[in-house]
Design a protein around this ligand. Structure first.
Ligand code: SF4
Ligand code: SF4
Length: 662
């Protein structure tokens, strides 16, 4: 709870891990934070969003992770403690600056929390970011739970200042999303005072000669950090009796402890919390008298490979059980059954617990549940846009190549049965990649290219691709889905929202102004909820050569509803007049809004021509409907241009509001 994160009196609190990280940063007197949102660390941003004013913390939601990293690095160089959090693929974006920071170092404590996402819960790739640490010579800590996450965040600030380097705190999704009771220490906040960049008299410019000097210093720094890490409180040996030990880090430690209890074994365990640089002496002494070691780590054999190099000197006969021995996979997350089965085999334990049977029974039960794919929310602007686009490409769907990007609209790839003509699962790479790959396809292939991108992604990584399209006059249609907010990660602000945390007005960057400034001549702005009237502009763009940009504008339904509730406004649902509904179900079959279902009772209606309509009328759930009105546009028996009592789908109470300034 937020009140616990900022509590001055409590000595402990039940905290979500991302909250524990914020608490650790607060206790460390952090002064500047910057982010680009991304799951599973978005709540770190969201928590700071709510408290930064009260704690006089300078906070920015930056255009992307690279800019955010540059902000916190600059703040550290300028004399303030700073923190940033990002997801693993965000570190890819930030990596150019990240590697330079390994060379230049920083000044005041600077901490980068990054989260890998084994199993790709919310990412396009399953990466092992630990190699960023070893490749950049930047020290890394890995917590196993929220208690350690808070302690490590605090320690990271101290390590950063001691060695004048940015420090990584690496988590994974299952760590970020744990909650537990976390001990709290005093906040000890100091007043924010501007420092002096010049006063510190340090140089951070790296290239050529300077870079070579930095490289040598960086290697020397790594050895000093390694010596420190040999004694670190975060590396723990749990004594045991077996002659096969376990080396583990991160979330896997929890699985190892639980499995050891279940199997009633007592292996010696080396739990590593400082995973770059590795404490080689500690590892050597742990393995020297062992017959074998099981390395339990998700993703790549990062520890395993380094362990084998260490074992060559200290215990050449050590048998290493891990990924290279075939005991563990490099793919996906681990869990209790996976670790249990490996331990059972290696320690040769007879046990009545049969996880294979439990897992197969769970799979059996799961198979009888209906498959539920993620769908767009009721009132989602993307549903309206894709509906109109699908109508526009009808008859031409084999002559288009639609390229998607990262955002809520990525869900198009899971909805190919609803939008079969759009081929939404053809191509989607990474933030902003729809533009460059669209250019490439337009150069290589005959199809008309449609590149789809969201507003936040447009600002994040879209601008270079847009400039490239305009500069080369590519034959690409770019559809910018402007839902006014960074919706997918929790409705954070972006340069198009016109304000930034904590609700401070900022310069609003209009996408169309940016496009005009770039030099695009053909820019169309659609109200996506006026869905039928959007079709001609899509059709026209398909006929014309050269770049066309269509801004499909309409606010995120959840964000808009939330703002209405905050303002005390009612959300006005639509309803189906079931006495006159013709039961054709165009509204359902054509649009798939989750708020529309069928009524439970059959009804009859005889129209003015004497035609009898019989069956189950459509029904709109008022608690789900957001009042976007698109179903009333699609219903063949509703006149949305000139609404009247004869309509089938009607407003509740008042006229549809103007949803967005066009
Ligand atoms: S609400 Fe309109 S579109 Fe839906 S079933 Fe009734 S008549 Fe058909
Ligand atoms: S107005 Fe119609 S389309 Fe819009 S949310 Fe309500 S039921 Fe769905």
């Amino acid at each position: 709870m937020l009140s616990d994160v900022i509590s001055k009196d409590k000595t402990q609190a039940f905290l979500f891990c991302n909250e524990a990280i914020v608490r650790g940063a607060l206790e460390s007197d952090v002064k500047v934070v910057a982010f680009y949102p991304g799951s599973p660390v978005s709540e770190i941003l969201d928590t700071f969003y709510q408290i930064s004013n009260d704690f006089d913390i300078k906070m920015e939601i930056a255009t992307n992770e690279k800019v955010a990293l540059e902000i916190v690095a600059g703040a550290s160089m300028g004399g303030q403690r700073s923190l940033i959090a990002m997801k693993s693929v965000g570190l890819n974006v930030a990596s150019d600056t990240f590697f330079s920071l390994g060379y230049t170092g920083v000044n005041k404590g600077c901490v980068l929390v990054f989260a890998d996402d084994p199993f790709c819960h919310s990412s396009q790739s399953e990466e092992d970011g630990r190699f960023f640490a070893s490749n950049s010579y930047i020290p890394m800590l890995e917590p196993t739970d929220p208690v350690e996450a808070k302690r490590m965040t605090k320690a990271a600030f101290d390590i950063s200042e001691k060695f004048q380097t940015i420090v990584l705190v690496r988590t994974t999704t299952r760590i970020n999303h744990q909650s537990t009771v976390v001990p709290l220490e005093p906040l000890n906040r100091t007043e924010f005072r501007k420092a002096s960049f010049r006063e510190f008299n340090r140089k951070y410019a790296t290239v050529g000669l300077k870079a070579r000097a930095f490289k040598l210093k960086m290697l020397e720094r790594r050895e000093r950090i390694r010596e420190d890490f040999e004694e670190s409180e975060f590396n723990t040996i749990i004594e045991g009796t077996a002659n096969i030990g376990v080396i583990v880090s991160g979330v896997s430690y929890n699985y190892v402890r639980e499995v050891s209890n279940k199997l009633e074994i007592n292996p010696p365990i080396l739990k590593l919390g400082t995973t770059y640089p590795l404490p080689k002496n500690l590892i050597s002494s742990f393995i020297k008298d062992l017959e074998g070691v099981i390395v339990v780590e998700e993703l790549s054999p990062y520890l395993e490979i380094q362990l084998k190099a260490i074992a060559k000197d200290s215990n050449p006969n050590l048998k290493v059980y891990g990924k290279e021995s075939g005991h563990f996979s490099e793919a996906f997350e681990y869990n209790i059954p996976i670790v249990f089965n490996v331990f059972k085999e290696i320690y040769k334990i007879e046990t009545p617990i049969d996880y294979d049977a439990i897992v197969s029974r769970a799979d059996e039960l799961k198979s009888i549940l209906p498959v539920r794919i993620p769908v767009f929310c009721p009132g989602c602007p993307h549903r309206a846009t894709f509906w109109a686009l699908q109508k526009a490409v009808t008859g031409k769907s084999n002559q288009i190549a639609l390229i998607n990007d990262i955002g809520c609209y990525s869900m198009l790839l899971l909805n190919s049965e609803i939008y079969p003509k759009l081929h939404g699962d053809d191509l989607m790479l990474s933030m902003g990649a729809t533009l460059g790959s669209g250019s490439g396809i337009s150069l290589a292939a005959n199809e008309k290219v449609i590149s789809v991108i969201g507003d936040s992604t447009f600002f994040h990584a879209g601008l270079p691709g847009m400039i490239n399209i305009c500069h080369h006059n590519e034959n690409v249609i770019v559809i910018v889905l402007d839902n006014s907010v960074t919706a997918m990660t929790g409705q954070q602000t972006n340069p198009g929202t016109g304000y930034s945390p904590p609700n401070n007005p900022k310069n609003k960057i209009q996408i169309e102004d940016v496009l005009k400034g770039i030099g695009f001549k053909n820019i169309i702005i659609n109200d996506c909820f006026d869905a039928k009237n959007c079709i001609p502009s899509f059709k026209k763009a398909l006929e014309e050569p050269g770049p066309t940009v269509i801004i499909s504008r309409g606010p995120c339904a959840l964000w808009n509803d939330r703002r209405k509730r905050t303002r005390g406004e009612k959300i006005q649902p639509f309803y189906v007049d079931q006495d006159v509904c013709r039961k054709c179900h165009t509204c359902m079959k054509d649009f798939y809004c989750p708020a529309i279902s069928m009524d439970s009772q059959e009804k009859q209606y005889t129209d003015e021509n004497g035609k009898l309509w019989q069956g189950f009328s459509s029904y709109i759930s008022p608690e789900l409907c957001d009042g976007c009105g698109v179903c009333s546009i699609l219903c063949p028996y509703t006149n949305h241009e000139n609404r009247s009592e004869k309509d089938v789908i009607k407003f509740h109470e008042k006229q549809r509001e103007v949803r967005h300034d066009l």
